[in-house]
Design a protein around this ligand. Structure first.
Ligand SMILES: [Zn+2]
Length: 79
């Protein structure tokens, strides 16, 4: 079952959000000049334990936080 969201900041938004995901790219830099000597071709999705770490932004008030904050707020405050 998909998780419901409620913004934990304004508490008035259950419908309009932006999902934010982090991407990482491995690079090797010259320690003196800062020049990038090598960059991996791929950008990979950052995550822990095989799960992508997702942040959520409330499109009403602009609050941004970990997805879990929105899920817990929705669970604590049923409509
Ligand atoms: Zn909000």
């Amino acid at each position: 079952m998909p998780a419901r969201y409620l913004c934990p900041h304004c508490r008035g938004n259950r419908t309009r959000f932006a999902l934010i995901q982090s991407l990482s790219q491995q690079v090797e830099k010259d320690p003196r000049t800062g020049e990038i000597l090598y960059a991996a071709d791929e950008w990979t999705i950052e995550g822990a334990n095989g799960r992508p770490s997702l942040e959520v932004r409330c499109l009403l008030c602009g609050f941004t936080g970990q997805e879990g904050l929105f899920i817990h707020a929705a669970a604590r405050q049923p409509d």
